[in-house]
Design a binder for this molecule. Structure first.
Ligand code: EPZ
Length: 418
């Protein structure tokens, strides 16, 4: 199994190009199930989760091609299986996204329930509740949800918790339902709007994405389209945090600063100099001292939970104490335990982590527990004395395209060990 070795002490400098957003590309690919015509995507990140989605769709009979240049062609003209098996869903929870499109187009689906996860319980009850409101019968049997209906009907659906993939699943389902669906307390994440844009180019009638209320007027059929996936705001944020923690000077290109307001504001508060240049470029200059600043993760447009671990790595170098509150997932502090092994002073009390800065970290062998935890341990390794070896980097490969090469080009002493 691959590992990443990083030696601390380099000051990052140079330019890094951001890839397409994994969390937008996944639902975008799955949306191809809604039509028999081809869907062409550009700017996909060539990462493990995208390849898993290709496999999942292929096994259903979708002609699915994904190329390393970031393009993909998907044609669901001959769907032969309406099932997402446990073996797929357990490696990638986002597989649950096929549920809405399958039920909407074919009236039936059998999808394994995801089960436990390293960052929290992550139930999918709201996905099922919404489909039931639209008239689908959902039964859980043998670990699978089996959903069926003659045709979905529009409904008013209030989600009591903001859920990103829940909103995406139900929005896709609603495009082919009879009548109007209102999704209330919907997720406003840019990835939801990216999916709404794709669906609109397929002929869907959607309004209000990017706000808490999304309205979908169902249509009888959707058609093929071409679509460009938005840039990955979390990858961009990760490089911004890497520049900050190493007191580097990094230009981040091909990103969308408008999607990163909370992340950039938070980094500014810690003392970083951040310059937004046009619509697609940011320059981040890390400065001493790094000011310790509290943060709470929130649904978009708040500070993203997917940046919490990387921000914690930054706060280990702060000039005081920072309280990091994780309000989205109940168990997303596993990286803190590894950072403590590297010498960080972090105390966890429930959903709060108190990070006392000013400690010199020392390199260690550490275990990555999830995608963003892996990234945060690399950031910690960038400022630790000596070598840090991050194990279980398959988590990293799920969502970051060649992160070690991108960091190396910025001057980091980092390599992948096979
Ligand atoms: C998406 O996960 C992202 N994944 C996650 O990215 C991200 O951390 C998360 O949104 C929050 O921003 C994808 O987009 C593929 P949620 P999702 O449903 O949709 C609770 C990464 O590192 N909830 O918005 O699964 C849930 O338990 C990752 O790229 C219910 O209670 O997250 C959580 O506490 C990991 N019932 C909260 O809502 C439901 O039916 C938000 O989760 C659904 C969710």
């Amino acid at each position: 199994m691959d590992k990443i070795r990083v030696r601390g002490g380099s000051v990052l400098a140079g330019t890094v190009e951001i890839s397409g957003a994994k969390n937008a590309a996944l639902p975008d690919m799955v949306a191809s199930l809604l039509t028999a015509e081809p869907v062409h995507l550009r700017n996909l990140p060539y990462v493990r989760d995208i390849l898993t989605t290709r496999r999942l769709l292929s096994e259903m009979g979708v002609e699915a091609e994904v190329r390393e240049d970031g393009t993909s062609s998907l044609k669901a003209a001959n769907v032969t299986s309406l099932e997402a098996p446990y073996e797929m869903v357990k490696t990638m929870r986002a597989s649950i996204l096929v549920l809405g499109p399958l039920v909407a187009r074919f009236g039936r689906a059998r999808v394994s329930l995801p089960g436990g996860c390293a960052i929290g319980a992550r139930p999918v009850n709201l996905h099922l509740m919404g489909l039931e409101k639209m008239g689908a019968a959902c039964e859980v049997m043998h670990g699978y949800v089996e959903a069926s209906t003659r045709r979905l009907c529009g409904a008013y659906i209030l989600m009591d918790i903001v859920t990103v993939t829940g909103t995406e699943n139900l929005m896709m389902a609603a495009t082919l339902a009879k009548g109007e669906t209102v999704l209330d307390n919907a997720a406003c994440e840019p990835e939801v709007s990216d999916l709404a844009n794709l669906l609109r180019s397929m002929g869907a009638r959607i309004e209000g994405d990017g706000t808490r209320t999304i309205r979908v007027q169902g249509v009888d059929a959707l058609h093929g389209c071409a679509h460009r996936v938005i840039p990955d705001r979390i990858e961009a944020g990760t490089f911004a945090a890497a520049a900050a923690v190493t007191r580097g000077n990094v230009e981040i290109t091909h990103c969308q600063p408008a999607h990163m307001v909370a992340i950039l504001e938070q980094l500014r508060r810690t003392g970083c100099n951040i310059e937004v240049r046009g619509d697609e470029t940011i320059r981040v200059q890390g400065r001493d001292p790094i000011k310790s600043q509290d943060v709470t993760t929130l649904p978009y447009p708040g500070f993203a939970t997917d940046m919490q671990a990387q921000y914690m790595a930054l706060m280990t170098q702060g000039d005081g104490a920072a309280v990091i509150t994780e309000s989205i997932f109940e168990n997303r502090f596993m990286h803190a335990l590894e950072m403590i092994r590297m010498g960080a002073d972090i105390t966890i009390v429930g959903r709060r982590a108190v990070v006392k800065g000013g400690r010199s970290l020392t390199g260690a062998k550490v275990l990555a527990s999830d995608l963003r935890a892996s990234a945060s341990l690399i950031l910690a390794g960038l400022v630790a004395k000596g070598d840090t070896v991050v194990d279980r980097v398959y988590h990293l490969d799920r969502g970051y395209y060649r992160i070690e090469e991108k960091l190396r080009r910025l001057g980091a002493d980092i390599e992948r060990i096979h």
